[in-house]
Design a protein around this ligand. Structure first.
Ligand SMILES: [Zn+2]
Length: 163
């Protein structure tokens, strides 16, 4: 079996058998090792072909990682929201925007939380004192004052009305 041509680059006699190797499945930045894999590797292009049982285990590990990662992210969203004393509704108003049931969908792992929201929640988990800033930020006084400056600049740039 180890004298086959490579399926990918076509190099003859390049496939070498390996066994008991560890490869890593990845989902975003999340990883999980899969041990004891068996198959062939092309000495020329490096392409790896697992034997059927290993291919199945590797694929299954990838599926499980995605499923587990979604569950873990959903549970984290819920844990942090509760820790910060938000209802699903107030979390939407102060943090995520979007539909009124956005958080309920994140927490049931129906939809993945958008990355900026997930990062923000984890920052607030580490620095819960920053929640006090949220209402002020949502009132947008700082942005309104920038808008006012913008308007003043515009009025200055306008030529004076000639009577
Ligand atoms: Zn090859």
């Amino acid at each position: 079996m180890n004298k086959l041509g490579c399926y990918t680059c076509g190099a003859p006699d390049a496939l070498q058998a390996f066994k008991d190797r560890t490869y890593t499945v990845c989902f975003k930045q999340l990883t999980r090792p899969v041990h004891g894999l068996t198959g062939h590797e092309c000495a020329k292009c490096g392409e790896v072909e697992f034997d059927a049982p290993s291919a199945e285990r590797y694929a299954q590990a990838g599926d499980e990682l995605i499923e587990d990662a979604k569950r873990v992210m959903a549970d984290e969203i819920k844990r942090i929201r509760r820790k910060l004393h938000f209802t699903q509704k107030s979390a939407v108003q102060l943090l995520s925007g979007g539909g009124h049931n956005a958080f309920s969908r994140y927490e049931r792992a129906e939809v993945e939380p958008p990355k900026p929201l997930f990062v923000l929640m984890r920052l607030l988990d580490r620095h819960p004192e920053l929640v006090a800033e949220l209402e002020t930020l949502n009132e947008c006084a700082d942005i309104n004052s920038l808008l006012e400056q913008k308007q003043q600049q515009r009025e200055k740039a306008r030529p004076p009305l000639s009577l």
